[in-house]
Design a protein around this ligand. Structure first.
Ligand SMILES: Nc1nc2c(ncn2[C@@H]2O[C@H](COP(=O)(O)OP(=O)(O)OP(=O)(O)O)[C@@H](O)[C@H]2O)c(=O)[nH]1
Length: 321
């Protein structure tokens, strides 16, 4: 696996969610609309049980709109789930989110039964931006809840709408390899957790087949779609490095620098509206990831079994040792 991540406070966040969840009416999971499958926490269902879920596909302004529509249909077809797409810097996303929560938990609302919402998401997905724009640029009351771990903050958005914020949470292991790459290129994973060249190459491999025009425009490349799709990814990275002046003395392209340029361009949206996965692709990657996981586990079990069986009776320690 090319991505090594260290989910740090993951266990504490998990504990905080487990403590809080019984008093929660709706769980909002903020997703990156450019990777709506990969940025979803595979442990969320386990952590939140059957609580209704609202998937917010954030950063829709920089995602491929046709694919965002596909993902909304895909999530809306799941039980106890609704999905909306938005741009966290929209002036008033609150109304839409409150309405979506009310549809998911129709019994809640009003002063007697305020809506209690837990919000979570991977780092860098835009959770803070969304909360700030929902709370009218920081006017909401924030503070640690008594008796709750300091990892959580309660934000009062209205007298009948409470939001509990959780820190950006990752999960212990990425079973879906492609998700690791997509999370890395999006900025959800710290820079020292992955090899930038590998991540940039993986991104280019996808973009050259699906968004050739975006690459051509940004990097002034001359290849047509078919030529671009057929280009080896390292040659493409080299061509981009050359176009962008990432050249060392002697004329060789600095591939590390070229990789950084590509990753940054994706992160700061210089490449146009790109979504790195369709629901069908994600389902396939997920299936492959689960299969690989099962195989890995079977091998591990077989090794443990043969170790146990082959060890034989333990010898008594020799005299003098
Ligand atoms: N284009 C666009 N950029 C966004 C949107 N929401 C957030 N961003 C940008 O994404 C970056 C990360 O946003 P944050 O709100 O800090 O993300 P976060 O999820 O709170 O990140 P952590 O604090 O690491 O958990 C910032 O540069 C934001 O300006 C959005 O809807 N559209």
């Amino acid at each position: 696996m090319a991505i090594q991540w260290f989910p740090g406070h993951m266990n504490l966040t998990r504990k905080a969610i487990a403590e809080r969840i019984k008093d929660i009416d709706v769980v909002i999971e903020v997703l990156d609309a450019r990777l709506p499958g990969s940025s979803a926490n595979p442990l969320l269902q386990e952590l939140t049980g059957h609580k209704p879920r609202l998937k917010v596909l954030n950063k829709q302004d920089v995602a491929d709109p046709a694919r965002t529509a596909q993902w909304l249909d895909w999530y809306n077809a799941q039980p106890e789930t609704r999905a909306v797409a938005l741009d966290a810097s929209e002036p008033a996303p609150t109304r839409r989110l409150i309405e979506a929560c009310q549809l998911l938990a129709p019994g809640r609302g009003g002063m007697a039964k305020p809506m209690r919402v837990l919000i979570c998401g991977v780092p860098n997905v835009g959770k803070s931006t969304l909360i700030n724009s929902m709370s009218n640029k920081g006017q909401a009351k924030t503070g640690d809840e008594a008796g709750v771990t300091k990892l959580e903050q309660r934000i009062v958005l209205a007298d009948d709408f409470y939001l509990w914020d959780t820190p950006g949470m990752l999960w212990p292991r990425i079973a879906v390899e492609q998700s690791g790459y997509n999370l890395a290129v999006s900025g959800a994973v710290g820079r020292n957790a992955y090899d930038e060249e590998l991540v940039a190459l993986e991104f280019l491999r996808y973009a050259q087949r699906n968004y050739a025009g975006h690459l051509r425009e940004r990097y002034k490349l001359t290849q047509d779609d078919a030529q671009m799709a057929a280009m080896p990814d390292d040659e493409l990275l080299e061509a981009i490095g050359r176009k962008r002046g990432a050249v060392m003395s002697g004329g060789r392209v600095n591939l590390q620098k070229a990789a950084e340029i590509v990753i940054t361009d994706f992160r700061i949206h210089n490449l146009g509206r790109i979504t790195l996965e369709t629901p069908q692709e994600y389902e396939e990657w997920f299936r492959q990831g689960m299969e690989a996981d099962a195989l890995r586990q079977a091998k591990k079990d077989a090794r443990a079994k043969s170790k146990k069986g082959g060890r034989g009776p333990r010898k008594p320690p020799e005299a003098g040792t």
